[in-house]
Design a protein around this ligand. Structure first.
Ligand code: DOR
Ligand code: ZN
Length: 435
């Protein structure tokens, strides 16, 4: 049987991996990129094959989200592999890395296999799994990192919780070095953050709510950067939220430490002022910070200090989130608003060029996870492609594919939504509809 072909015609092809930003055609054959160039149809005699008119659209390597909570197993009321990956496909995300803070946690090779098998059966997009750093995410004993890597884990993290024990973090980084996979660090000094609910500052004082100081994040980032330097391990800082951490990473990179970092749209689009109405859809950990932090995050993305934009998609069922600001769980969903927030807040405002945005959304995340055939559109690479409409403005509603609705962006008017999601050469979403 001949392989299926799809010609994506006349789009603005953006591929940072080859510094490419021009109007071109892209030909997919089977699950690979077969050709890239002008007038492919006539040059390659492709008459009669399936074609997608991409005039006016961006054609980019599929978005790779490094940080997603799929909630399976154990919290299927909030999200499942099926619903979470549909939300991803709707948002133009073709690959994601799922977090292991499930119930039970993904802390053994058996659990890694479970989630990867489930994703193969029920996932709408590619799912890669992180495994825990410590057994049961208890922070006491190193998990079987080597065996989990053999089973297919691509990163290690106790995300949701910090690894407070410095010796355990040191060992995890030593293993990460030999395994070649990053430790994704949830930077939080739990003694400093204590019972905090939001950023510690003027707004928390005004509201009379317990705060989490920015130093809770920055101190831990500093500790772990020192450990990365000491061990030569691969450190990736998750959900960076504040100016101090950005500056810490900047210095570390200058010194040649192996550290990468991600931030999330809420940290470059929102501040702690959003919490004045006690709306728990603005509660996440780390918390929304100040305008100064927001500007520092944007500058960190612009100058490459922060490598990637991830969602920290953290679904919580409505009844959990309606428990009031103090008792509601931390976390917001993000898969379906990742692209338009990046486009509207960063690209339209000229903080990132289109190529830089694609680098943060796809090329760098692929590098961080060691996915050599993803993150670019070079001939022979995986045919994971996202098509984006950069101009049409739409209002975000609570009609999400995700099982949960806890988005802080409902009511925002955004542009730059995904209009096509192609996974391994197969069109999964087109114009908002599943194919
Ligand atoms: O806001 C958050 N939600 N931060 C985390 O670190 C964990 C996550 C969750 O699992 O809900
Ligand atoms: Zn997370």
């Amino acid at each position: 049987m001949s392989k299926q072909k799809l010609l994506i015609k006349g789009g603005r092809v953006l591929d940072p991996s080859q510094n490419l930003d021009r109007i071109a055609d892209a030909l997919i054959e089977g699950n690979q990129i077969k050709a890239l160039g002008s007038n492919l149809a006539s040059r390659m005699k492709l008459d009669g094959i399936q074609a997608w008119d991409a005039k006016g659209l961006w054609v980019m390597p599929g978005v790779i989200d490094l940080h997603v909570h799929l909630r399976e197993p154990g919290r299927e009321m909030d999200e499942t592999v099926a619903t979470g990956t549909r939300a991803a496909a709707k948002g133009g995300v073709t690959s994601l890395c799922c977090m292991p803070n499930t119930e039970p946690p993904i802390d053994s090779p058996r659990m890694v296999q479970f989630i990867l098998n489930k994703s193969k059966e029920q996932g709408a997009v590619h799912v890669f799994s992180a495994g825990c750093v410590t057994k049961g995410q208890k922070g006491e004993e190193l998990a079987e990192m080597g065996l989990m890597a053999e089973a297919g884990a691509v990163a290690f993290t106790d995300d949701g919780k910090p690894v407070m024990n410095t010796q355990i973090m040191r060992r995890a980084l030593e293993y990460s070095k030999s395994l070649g996979f990053p430790v994704m660090d949830h930077c939080e000094d739990a003694h400093l953050s204590q019972n905090g609910v939001m950023h510690e500052g003027l707004v928390s004082s005004r509201l009379g709510v317990c705060g989490i100081p920015a130093e809770a994040e920055t101190l831990m980032a500093q500790r772990d950067i020192q450990l990365a330097e000491m061990t030569g391990g691969r450190l990736h800082l998750a959900h960076v939220s504040c100016a101090g951490t950005v500056e810490t990473i900047r210095q570390a990179k200058r010194l040649g430490v192996r550290v990468t970092a991600e931030t999330c749209p809420h940290y470059f689009a929102l501040t702690d002022e959003s919490l004045v109405d006690f709306n728990s859809n603005f509660k996440m950990n780390p918390p929304l910070r100040t305008q100064k932090d927001l500007k520092a995050i944007q500058e960190g993305l612009r100058d490459g200090t922060v490598d990637a934009i991830a969602t920290d998609h953290a679904p919580h069922a409505p009844f959990r989130k309606s428990a009031g600001l103090e008792s509601a769980p931390f976390g917001v969903i993000g898969l379906e608003t990742l692209l338009p927030l990046t486009m509207t807040v960063l690209v339209s405002e000229k903080i990132l060029t289109p190529l830089e945005a694609v680098r943060c959304l796809s090329t760098n995340p692929a590098k961080i996870l060691g996915l050599k055939m993803k993150g670019g559109l070079r001939v022979g690479m995986d045919a994971d492609v996202t098509l984006v409409d950069p101009t049409t403005v739409r209002e975000v509603t609570d009609q999400f594919e995700s099982k949960s609705k806890n988005s802080p962006f409902i009511g925002w008017k955004l542009k730059g939504f995904a209009v096509g999601t192609i996974v391994s050469g197969r069109v999964v979403m087109r114009d908002g509809a599943f194919v």
